[in-house]
Design a protein around this ligand. Structure first.
Ligand code: NAD
Ligand code: ZN
Ligand code: ZN
Length: 348
């Protein structure tokens, strides 16, 4: 079968022939219906080098995948061939406290996981191929009626990651509060929708690209601001001088972190999701009092069930640019050039 593989660090991925996987005991092979192209894959191709991550090439890319159950390994019960499923992509040890709660991205025993702090497309073979080997049936979530694998695929990361970041801040997202979304790409355009669907907070979105701001507006952002137009002042003006109660940074550069720190309100949350490599100096007076600053990595399996439910009910709609597997390299080129709106999904 064909697969888009990262063969080495600092090299674009390549489409190559690999053997079709065969499920072992407890494992499942799915026929891929869609695999989302995440900006993290661009970081893998262009930014990371050997030794920075606990795993490395070669492996097949694609950590947001949905499809249909193709072949069950010996001993797998409760799943029928042909069932449409989303893949929960963080594959932990499966037996620690965190994994038992479904928070496998925060597995306590990463050394006992199939790959430490990764999953399919992140150290192990992922979904940018015709078939995907899933090492344990627990990673599969059957799709609710009304949701197909093409639309479910980006929800497993571009949907789940902002959902997790927003959900943990729900108590601060009251009808009187403001959420700021920085970067309205694959994750950010779903973040705007998740904020709108699950809270009554005002939503401000910031991006460098007009297309991205148009998308934010289309999905209900109350105010959209160009990152090049002194957005900090406009954000303070729009919030009575207070700033935003919850700031979600889906870029993570020095510039966006400075914007986040300069616009977050006291007692607020500043959540860094983007892996842009920027830093934020922290000292007693660097942010308003009692601002909580955190990174988040992916989300939990129960949260994925909630995200899929929101989508099946029409409250969350990924904006999809569809590419054939033979065009997967183009999808990443367009993402790198800032030419995509929403999420690129590769369909083998
Ligand atoms: P994307 O390329 O689809 O979107 C990024 C958006 O940010 C684009 O619209 C771009 O125009 C905008 N942008 C870039 N620089 C900006 C700036 N200075 N100010 C405002 N907007 C700016 O990327 P994505 O797939 O949505 O991923 C976003 C980031 O999140 C990446 O760094 C990715 O690696 C990371 N990520 C993290 C997790 C996690 O669990 N923490 C999960 C998935 C992705
Ligand atoms: Zn990702
Ligand atoms: Zn674990």
């Amino acid at each position: 079968m064909r697969a888009l593989r990262l063969l080495d660090w600092k090299k674009p991925a390549e489409l190559v022939e690999v053997p079709q996987p065969v499920p072992g005991p407890g494992q499942v092979v799915i026929k891929v219906g869609g695999a989302g192209a995440c900006h993290s894959d661009l970081h893998l191709m262009h930014d990371f080098t050997a030794g920075q991550l606990p795993w490395g090439p070669p492996f097949t890319l694609g950590h947001e995948t949905a499809g249909w159950v193709h072949r069950l390994g010996p001993g797998v019960t409760g799943l029928a061939e042909g069932t449409p499923v989303a893949v929960y992509g963080a594959w932990g040890c499966g037996s620690c406290d965190r994994c038992r709660l479904g928070a496998e991205s925060y597995c306590d025993h990463p050394a006992e996981a199939p790959v430490p702090s990764g999953g399919g497309g992140l150290g192990l073979d992922g979904g940018m191929a015709e078939y995907l080997l899933v090492p344990d049936a627990r990673h599969l979530v059957p799709l609710p009626p009304g949701l197909d694998p093409l639309h479910a695929a980006p929800l497993t990361d571009a949907g789940l990651t902002p959902y997790h970041a927003i959900r943990r801040s729900w108590p601060k997202l009251t009808p009187r509060s403001t959420a700021l979304v920085i970067g309205v790409g694959g994750l950010g355009h779903l973040a705007v929708q998740i904020l709108k669907a699950t809270t009554a907070a005002r939503v401000i979105a910031v991006d460098l690209r007009k297309d991205a701001l148009d998308l934010a507006r289309q999905f209900g952002a109350d105010l959209v601001l160009s990152a090049e137009d002194n957005p900090a002042e406009a954000i303070r003006d729009a919030t009575g001088g207070h700033g935003a109660d919850v700031v979600l940074d889906f870029v993570g550069s020095d510039d966006t972190l400075a914007l986040a720190a300069g616009t977050v309100r006291g007692l607020g949350d500043l959540t860094l999701v983007g892996i842009g490599g920027g830093t934020l100096p922290l000292s007693f007076f660097s942010t308003p009092y009692e601002v909580s600053i955190q990174t988040t990595y992916w989300g939990t399996r129960p949260e994925l069930v909630e995200v899929l439910d929101l989508a099946a009910r029409g409250m969350l709609t990924p904006q999809i640019c569809r590419f054939a597997l033979s065009e997967a390299v183009t999808a990443y080129d367009e993402m790198r050039a800032g030419e995509l709106q929403g999420r690129a999904v590769v369909v083998p």
